[in-house]
Ligand binder design. Structure first.
Ligand code: ADP
Ligand code: ADP
Length: 226
């Protein structure tokens, strides 16, 4: 469980100050699929980054099963981020000089996981093991980044517009893989998206507006297909 309390973050100072988060509180239960919705600039990415340990908030706390990550030293926070949580972004951030196998192995090594080949198989890339990122389509590259994130066996996965760079059909296919993996592994997901169809698949939808949560609702009948 992640307990987020009174999270605040301002970028810049004086006349250039932008309050990106103005006191956000939220609980994310184990295995939950939470979607963050809201206009551009409403603070979704800042919330994702501060909750996942990519950025530090100015104030407030983010407790993972009771441990406040905002109180960790820089080294411990980095270790937490590398070992405990998964990230999938609109950009794939694959290492161009490593093949599919080695890109995914990198994620696996962070968590000491040795059976990462099964994960490559699960995202349908067994045939592409020795291809380099530049030899893959956008959808395939995103599936490599999904496999790399999954190889850490995280309890929570953070996704920022994971299908944003893909055409609709490919995006749907990638999302199907993500949802299938969540069903199998049971990790929690926190996803920023503009796509209302994806929001319909979440357990919980959180709406943001100028740095605040303005609405939270549970989907009574969560859609299981996109
Ligand atoms: P969203 O993800 O909903 O589009 P963001 O969290 O990216 O919103 O941004 C919230 C606000 O904070 C916006 O006004 C944005 O311009 C500002 N912001 C985000 N990141 C930075 C940054 N690194 N430096 C300055 N301002 C930023
Ligand atoms: P890694 O696990 O690859 O050592 P991290 O866990 O820090 O690195 O980040 C996971 C991925 O997110 C990396 O591929 C990294 O390039 C990318 N990343 C790191 N920081 C940011 C950020 N502020 N915004 C977007 N992507 C980031």
């Amino acid at each position: 469980m992640i307990e987020i309390t009174n999270l605040a973050k301002t970028y810049g100072t004086g006349d250039n100050a932008t309050a990106a988060l103005k006191g956000v509180s939220l609980t994310i239960n184990d295995g939950d699929f939470v979607v963050l919705l809201g206009a551009s600039g409403s603070g979704k990415s800042t919330l994702l980054h501060t909750v996942s340990g990519l950025e530090r908030p100015d104030s407030g706390s983010v407790k993972y099963s009771g441990t406040d990550i905002t109180a960790l030293s820089d080294d411990k926070l980095t270790a937490f981020r590398k070992e405990k949580v998964g990230f999938i972004f609109q950009q794939y951030y694959l290492l161009p000089n490593l093949n599919v196998d080695k890109n995914v192995k990198m994620g696996a090594d962070l968590a000491g996981n040795r059976d990462y080949r099964k994960i490559i198989e699960a995202v349908g890339l067994s045939e592409k093991l020795y291809k380099f990122p530049s030899e893959l389509s956008g959808g395939e590259q995103q599936r490599v980044s999904i496999a790399r994130a999954l190889a850490k066996k995280p309890k929570v996965m953070f996704l920022d517009e994971p299908t944003g760079a893909l055409d609709e059909d490919t995006g749907r296919q990638v999302l199907d893989y993500i949802c299938k993996m969540q069903k199998e592994s049971g990790f929690a997901m926190v996803m920023v998206t503009h796509n209302g169809n994806i929001a319909d698949m979440a357990d919980t939808v959180v709406k943001m507006n100028s740095g605040k949560i303005v609405d939270t609702y549970s989907n009574q009948s969560r859609k299981t297909a996109y």
